[in-house]
Design a protein around this ligand. Structure first.
Ligand code: AHR
Length: 518
């Protein structure tokens, strides 16, 4: 018997188990939600945006000028204003990016005819007539009811120039700068809160070492003054993806009370220069981009662990002020304009990224999608008078319910998405409770072929009713075009059952779902 047990019964049992698992449905993924009073709030600023003087982001995107036939308010397209209001965008970063470190703000104020024409050396060497400057941008923010985030020039600008810009925007008095603003048509100061000090100072912003930049930051930040009524939040130019030394030096060498935030940039791309088409890709490309996107976990955790070492009380925010996908430009477009389409793959990247930011909401207080209109992982694309909303837009709109809500920590073990022997976590999830007591759960299934069953125990939350929205499509490559702008759009999600506090649902392949429970 003993012999049978060890030498015979085991192999027979294993044979049956293995055969059974070939046919059996894997059980649902069980997600448990905890209510933790100590959990952080998901800052609405994680839903920030970024608009650079790059390609058709500003000119031909946001800004068509007052004389355009396209309906506009002070030159800004009305359809874009309306669409962005739908996203409740909390902040908008401008004028760059790399452009910020060659931007001299004084060129962009005063009568438009007197503004100098400069060369946009970073982005396609196009001529920039400065017709969209500080007033135009801050008026746009007022129309959008969003906070401006101005990126100051450290690479090629002076300390005085930055100091003057802050004073011009924020001081209500009788100084030369305040009076110049008034003479240019704006009586009240705008009281701009968020100021970036440099951008990618390790690269396009000056090719500096972190040791050198840390000192320069201290100098520039000293003179970016607080004027009555506004305590500004200064954001230091931070690391590129896994440049952990940059974060180490900044946290070590800059007094923490001089820096509200330290930035990091991480793009989902295969390398430099960016490769691969935004819409013509196969599963191996898709898998690779998902893998790059999920690397955000490791990048963020390593920067955060360095920050924790120097700042255990988490006083300095990590600001992911550029994130998104980056592919080769669309065929036939200017290589310097970074114009790309946006497919269901980008919807996955948006859903995954936002969930990853939520999870670290105790440290990440702001993030900015690169970029809002016509550039990289855009939320909106325009062509002459036409405008379309991308899958990324739809995900950001579905997720907007998480803004300023309390994080509800989740625990679960994700099923795997396997491709050619490599595996990734198929499911990403995040939950929060808003001020009105509504619970929202955002779920992403990146598996390109397999649906995934989920079971969520809602008993601790006392939820009686659930509704949902889903973004899904037939093909990974599906995207919206100017002739078919609604091919990909959200619909009501009904594929769930709520019984005795347990919610069971099925997530289709490559889909994003947001549930609301009350
Ligand atoms: O978003 C495009 C560019 O990417 C930005 O100008 C720069 O900061 C980054 O390298």
């Amino acid at each position: 018997m003993t012999i049978l047990k060890t030498k015979l019964v085991k192999p027979i049992a294993l044979f049956f188990m293995a055969t059974a698992s070939l046919f059996a449905q894997e059980g649902p993924t069980s997600i448990s939600i905890s209510v933790d009073e100590e959990a952080p709030t998901i800052s609405k600023h994680i839903y920030g945006h970024f608009a650079e003087h790059l390609g058709r982001s500003i000119y031909g995107g946001f800004y068509v000028g007052e004389d355009s036939n396209i309906p506009n308010t002070n030159g800004v397209r009305n359809d874009i204003i309306e669409a962005l209001k739908g996203l409740k965008i909390p902040n908008l970063r401008w004028p760059g990016g790399c452009f910020a470190d060659e931007y001299h703000w004084k060129d962009g104020v005063g009568p438009k005819g007197d503004r100098p024409i400069i060369l946009n050396t970073h982005w396609g060497e196009v001529e920039e007539d400065n017709s969209f400057g500080t007033h135009e941008f801050l008026e746009l923010c007022e129309l959008l009811e969003t906070e401006p985030y101005l990126a100051g020039n450290v690479g090629s600008g002076t300390v005085e120039e930055l100091n003057d810009w802050v004073e011009y925007c924020n001081y209500d008095g009788n100084t030369a700068m305040a009076n110049w603003r008034k003479a240019n048509g704006r009586e009240e100061p705008w009281k701009v809160k968020y100021w970036g000090i440099g951008n990618e100072s390790w690269g396009c912003g000056g090719n500096m070492t972190p040791e050198y930049f840390a000192n320069l930051y201290r100098q520039y930040a000293t003179y970016a003054r607080n004027y009555p009524g506004v305590n500004i939040k200064k954001i230091a130019s931070g690391a590129d993806s896994d440049n952990y030394h940059w974060t180490e030096v900044m946290m070590r060498d800059v007094p923490h009370n001089m820096m509200w935030g330290l930035s990091v940039h991480y793009y989902t791309r295969t390398g430099w220069p960016p490769t691969g088409s935004a819409t013509k890709f196969d599963e191996s490309d898709y898998f690779l981009f998902m893998k790059h996107c999920l690397r955000t976990n490791e990048i963020l955790d390593t920067h955060i662990s360095i920050m924790d070492k120097y700042d255990p009380k988490k006083r300095v925010a990590l600001v992911v002020d550029e994130w998104g996908s980056w592919y080769a430009v669309e065929e036939g477009t200017n290589p310097g304009f970074a114009y790309q389409q946006n497919s269901m793959r980008d919807a996955m990247i948006a859903g995954l990224s936002l969930n990853m930011f939520h999870e670290r909401a105790d440290r990440i207080k702001m993030a900015n999608l690169a970029q809002t209109v016509n550039v990289l992982q855009a939320a909106i694309l325009t062509k002459d008078e036409k405008m379309l909303l991308t899958p990324t837009y739809h995900v950001m709109k579905m997720y907007a319910v998480h803004q300023d809500s309390k994080l509800l920590p989740l625990s679960f073990e994700s099923p795997k998405y396997t491709y050619k022997g490599e595996t990734l976590s198929a499911i990403s999830a995040s939950a929060s409770k808003d001020k009105n007591g509504l619970v929202h759960i955002s779920l992403v299934n990146i598996d390109s072929k397999k649906e995934n069953e989920i079971e969520i125990d809602l008993n601790a939350l006392g939820i009686k009713n659930v509704t949902g929205e889903i973004l899904k499509s037939d093909k990974l490559q599906d995207h919206n075009t100017f002739d078919n702008p609604d091919k990909v759009r959200p619909s009501a999600f009904k594929d769930f059952k709520l019984k005795k506090g347990k919610l069971k649902l099925t997530l289709p392949p490559f889909s994003v779902v947001v549930l609301e429970g009350k």
